[in-house]
Design a protein around this ligand. Sequence first.
Ligand SMILES: [Fe+2]
Ligand SMILES: [Fe+2]
Length: 164
Amino acid sequence: MDTMLDPIDALKSDHEAVKVVLGNLDGYLKKIGGQTSDSLRKNLINQLHEITSFIDKDLEIHFKKEENALFPVLGNYIGIETGPIHVMLLEHEQSRQLSKEFKDAIAEYSIDGKYGKIISEGDSLTQLLSEHIEKEDNILFNMAEMQLSNEEKNEIMDKMRTVK
Ligand SMILES: [Fe+2]
Ligand SMILES: [Fe+2]
């Protein structure tokens, strides 16, 4: 099967893009924490908008590909209400919540100049998503490779292409 026609390969390739952004975020958070100049810190925090926009748009599309295309079909084999898919769905919700708190912290900084919450929320989000991707790549996607037929993979890929 062609790489770009395989839904699991496509999701893994999304993960690589997310990991690059998480690495950038981690770099920004360390620089923000270690910065002694308020104006340089402000510049760094302004640059976080690129990352929050990736999380709002690209990561949200990735979650929807999993939630609307992969999970319903894989769920026929391993269940959705309990087990690994249930845990993945909970983590998507935790990520959405942390991302909201991260953006709130950035908005609050522009009012009160306190940046500690940006770092703590950003760190929590980075950690959650890194571990989430690890689990999908190493556990869930292996289950998918074992269970799904080529026909089901094609069906999932078609559905994933409609996610915007
Ligand atoms: Fe996921
Ligand atoms: Fe994922």
